[in-house]
Design a protein around this ligand. Sequence first.
Ligand code: FAD
Length: 456
Amino acid sequence: MRHETKKELERIVGPDKATDSPEHLVAYSYDAYTEERRPDIVLFPATTEEISAIMKVAHRETIPVTPRGAGTNLAGESVPIRGGIVVCLTKMDKILSIDAESLTATVQPGVINLDLQREVEKLGMMYPPDPASWAVATMGGTVATNAGGPRTLKYGVTKDYLLGLIVVLANGDVLKTGGRTLKNVTGYNLTTLICGSEGTLGIITEIIVRLIPKPPASRTIRADFMKLEDCSDAVAAIMASGSVPASLELMDRFVVKAVERSFKLGLPTDVEGILLIQLDGAEETLGREIKQIEKSLIDKNARNIIIAKDSAEAERLWLARRAAGPAMMRMRPNIITEDVTVPVSKLTAMIRKVTEIGERHRIQVGILAHAGDGNLHPCIVFDKRDDDEYKRVQAVCEELIPEALALGGTLSGEHGIGIAKAPFLKFEMDTVALSVMQGIKNYFDPKGILNPGKFV
Ligand SMILES: Cc1cc2nc3c(=O)[nH]c(=O)nc-3n(C[C@H](O)[C@H](O)[C@H](O)COP(=O)(O)OP(=O)(O)OC[C@H]3O[C@@H](n4cnc5c(N)ncnc54)[C@H](O)[C@@H]3O)c2cc1C
């Protein structure tokens, strides 16, 4: 990038919010996937107007721009693979308003998901989308990836709570979509189109979300299984039992052992699988639901069932699930968290496949799953410096996808496409769907400067 262009960009945001120091360029060259590429400059704008001015320069000069939140995505979506500008939104971190009467909140994109959760909870409300990365992931990032989380099973994903957006387009124009009403069918649903677009259609600078009243009570159950198949069969049995848990998460023995090794939470390491279940709703109905679920667990040979006595014990049980990602990241230098998703009735079949493929390629694969959604996270731990091992890892990833598709599933339930899944898109989407997506991209971003080198 030309020196004068850097200076022009620096003048837009101010010298303290622009950097091209080598250490910053390295820090913003990667995310939670395995690829990296240094940008030419990193900018930390504070307003929509500044972002509009940045995009006008980038458009004029045809410079790639990669929007970035916390960089926690697992598919290389915020790697500036063609260099250029990283626009990091973390300084735009204000909760602008919470409207308890209309059950809405308006936030800037750099607000951390958990910070919003805590603020709305104080007022008796809940913002359901809860990615496991919620302590660091930004609202902008979660909208741009249409993030889900453990509570997706009962409450849905980010798009289900999205009412409106302000988005800066590739040419610097400012687009407003939706609004603060719960119902809005005016025109094409541009809000939903931007949601999940991974920074390829525009930069989100303001977000209006829907809130719901916080459920009055909740209960947590943990069930341990000696056989992984019993564990995953129990998931389908619970789903068919008539109650819909808020969360229904599965961890296999590999993951349980990793958590124990790192965090010593007292988990049983002799079991093949653990289910963590959260129910919420009215106190009166929870007792009946717990009985239904207990019956399904016993029918599927659960060795041990723990029903948390209070919120402190529930929190301790959930700690094991939250520790799973970090525990596996500590095992080997690299991790790829796959995201294949199948109908719940095919969960056991897919788990069997994952295990078989990992063993055949002699690769360590732990299985975590938002099991009630059929959303598996095979966690592949390895050392990328070992060429032979890395080749076998890639073979595992390549084999998982057709298996999931053959079972009626999808290649990504929540993490998105980015660089990681781009080569496989054609297996799931036909040429008509791909060309419609390309047409949308061409309209929004004719010069192809927004997050180039990704799935479109
Ligand atoms: C331990 C761990 C657990 C995770 N658990 C989950 C989970 O349960 N569910 C889940 O869905 N994901 C999960 N993820 C993945 C990740 O946290 C989510 O994808 C999250 O939404 C990314 O938010 P971020 O702020 O880190 O965004 P980034 O990673 O910085 O960016 C993600 C994408 O959004 C774009 N983007 C970011 N901000 C903007 C903006 N303001 N405007 C336009 N585009 C933007 C980027 O260009 C990129 O394409 C997990 C990741 C980790 C490391």
